[in-house]
Ligand binder design. Structure first.
Ligand code: HEC
Ligand code: HEC
Ligand code: HEC
Ligand code: HEC
Length: 467
């Protein structure tokens, strides 16, 4: 009897041990990140955190190089982006890129990962062509997306970590067999546990719709009755997939960005949510304007199941940290990559996010911005319109289309009225500057993409196109 008892006690103890093996040993630190009593807390284990931080230190910066001496463009034959650097600075960038992307020993590593040893000016290796574009992409991130990356910025190392292929990339998924036959209907990419959504049965491709496409992420209604809110359960599940990816990439809980009593309310959300909002737009632009156009450059065996190029998501940079490399400011040591707030030499300046398409008359369109809730022209706005009016006088046939924009936050009726009043203000200013009314066409107010209310000045604008 006693023996049996003992055995079962040992067994029970072993079972408890097994159960606890999945847990972390205390102490766990608990940091309040939002209002008291609403569970806006992050739990983390300082012991494990120290190791993670240790593993996320960037390599030591190289000594700065002198800006003196001839420019790289004068010395080398085929330099298209970094030509304004001195030869010393250029070489330093090449060494840094080698350390960040292809540091391994071997016949195809180091400088030769990108270069033909017989001729460094040769562009025959796809890796060199990709890298040239990557330099521009990195500059674009550091210069144009400060709302997300701040002065911390990124270098090649942020994504690559000493590997030619970053640890986290995504492809469009292959179509499901069942969907092809149609027998099981549209599974909406669900119920196939996938790492991309932490093995939940949520749709496993949150990337295509949101980080390449611009499908609406917002699904919650802001009225008591479902008036006007057409978001479906399916759409909501896709939103949740994206949210799981974002949380997982940053190693945080949902409450890092939300107050869970009201997921949609920006006023109650920590500022990190606005940073994340820009992050979504940034990832989208990088995929569409930098990665996808490289499809033909990559060899076929590097493409995905549907022939698409490898693309990036939040995890490509963050790799489990709330800030990549826990905020180590690497970019400041590389002004040539747009770090440290340095203005880039013109040859290297990246294309800013695409402006409105140029009008057929050759006259550039103009954009006038307004203050929150106001339809009064600012001094800056008036100046823009005076300039536009004088060029309009030179081309008598041109008509002007005026469209007011408003954000998707708040009351639709009020927003449309405001957008209309702003369009009127622009029309009246052009009239006052001598442009006859029959050349001024008012268009319907347009809604910009939903945004952090009042945060993004682009939603408070009037566009003036010349036709
Ligand atoms: C990850 C890819 C990559 C690695 C690794 C790399 N380079 Fe380059 N290299 C480039 C790119 C891209 C250019 C073109 C830059 C431009 O167009 O502004 C270039 C251009 C050059 C040129 C100019 C050649 C000419 O005449 O046009 C030299 C010289 C050069 N690299 C030297 C090196 C050396 C030395 C190393 C190793 C320490 C190295 N590179 C490692 C991508 C790389
Ligand atoms: C924002 C993240 C990010 C940054 C920053 C970045 N890259 Fe990349 N890079 C990628 C992704 C994503 C790919 C596609 C991965 C693949 O090839 O499967 C890639 C691919 C490459 C490749 C092709 C690798 C191969 O073997 O196919 C090279 C070379 C490269 N990058 C060089 C650079 C250099 C040089 C820099 C810095 C000037 C840089 N990258 C900065 C994300 C980044
Ligand atoms: C890193 C910040 C961040 C984290 C972490 C995060 N979210 Fe979000 N969430 C956002 C942003 C930003 C939006 C709005 C996106 C947009 O409008 O483009 C959003 C939108 C939402 C919405 C839609 C709200 C509406 O207006 O309809 C829901 C629901 C949501 N999140 C739930 C979650 C859940 C559940 C989690 C945890 C699994 C989570 N979020 C984690 C940033 C975050
Ligand atoms: C190109 C690299 C890159 C990509 C891609 C990226 N981030 Fe970031 N993110 C950064 C950097 C760098 C910072 C640090 C900025 C700073 O120091 O304030 C940052 C900061 C943040 C922060 C602020 C953290 C804090 O506590 O202040 C949030 C939230 C965030 N990112 C969310 C996201 C989400 C969500 C995505 C994907 C939709 C994303 N990021 C994609 C580079 C990136």
């Amino acid at each position: 009897m006693i023996r049996v008892r003992l055995a079962s006690i040992v067994l029970a103890a072993a079972a408890v041990g097994t159960l606890l093996a999945g847990c972390e040993r205390p102490p766990i630190d608990n940091v309040q990140v939002g209002f008291r009593g609403v569970g806006m807390e992050q739990n983390y284990n300082p012991r494990l955190m120290a190791a993670v931080i240790e593993a996320n230190q960037p390599p030591a910066p190289l000594e700065p190089a002198s800006a003196d001496g001839p420019k790289a463009s004068a010395v080398y034959q085929n330099v298209k982006v970094l030509g304004d650097l001195s030869v010393g600075q250029f070489t330093r960038t090449m060494v840094a890129m080698t350390n960040w992307v292809a540091p391994k020993e071997g016949p195809e590593a180091g400088c030769l990962y990108c270069h033909n040893p017989a001729n460094f000016a040769d562009d025959s290796k796809y890796t060199k062509i990709v890298s040239r574009r990557m330099v521009q992409m990195t500059q674009n991130i550091n210069v144009n997306w400060k709302q997300h990356v701040a002065d911390t910025g990124v270098t090649c190392y942020t994504c690559h970590r000493g590997q030619p292929v970053p640890a986290n990339v995504w492809f469009d998924p292959a179509p499901l067999k069942h969907d092809v036959t149609g027998m099981l209907g549209d599974r909406a990419l669900q119920n196939s546990p996938a790492a991309s959504v932490k093995l939940a049965s949520l749709p496993y491709d949150p990337f295509g719709p949101y980080l390449a496409g611009d499908k609406p992420i917002r699904v919650q209604g802001d009225t008591a009755l479902p008036t006007g809110n057409r978001a479906s359960t399916k759409q909501t599940e896709f939103t949740y997939s994206l949210m799981v990816h974002m949380s997982d990439s940053l190693g945080v809980n949902c409450t890092y960005c939300h107050n869970s009593r009201s997921w949609q309310d920006w006023e109650q959300s920590p500022p990190q949510r606005a940073t994340a909002w820009y992050g979504i737009r940034m990832a989208r632009q990088l995929n569409n304007e930098y990665m996808t156009p490289l499809t033909g450059t990559f060899p076929a065996n590097r493409l995905g199941p549907t022939g698409d190029v490898p693309k990036l998501n939040c995890a490509t940079c963050h790799q489990g940290a709330y800030k990549p490399l826990f905020g180590a400011p690497m970019a400041k040591d590389h002004p040539e990559l747009g770090g440290g707030g340095a203005a880039l030499p013109t040859a290297a300046a990246p294309a800013a996010p695409a402006p409105a398409p140029a009008a057929t008359t050759g006259l550039a369109p103009a954009t006038v911005f307004f203050a929150v809730g106001s339809s009064a022209l600012t001094d800056e706005g008036s100046k823009v319109l005076v300039g536009l009016a004088s060029s309009l006088k030179a081309s008598a046939d041109a008509k002007v289309a005026i469209s007011g924009f408003h954000s998707a936050a708040g009351s639709l009726a009020q927003n449309q009225e405001l957008a209309k009043q702003r369009a009127f203000a622009v029309r009246d200013a052009l009239k006052a500057a001598g442009i006859p009314e029959d050349r001024l066409v008012l268009e319907k107010p347009m809604q910009t993409e939903a945004n952090v209310s009042g945060e993004d000045p682009r939603s408070r604008r009037v566009d003036v196109a010349v036709r």
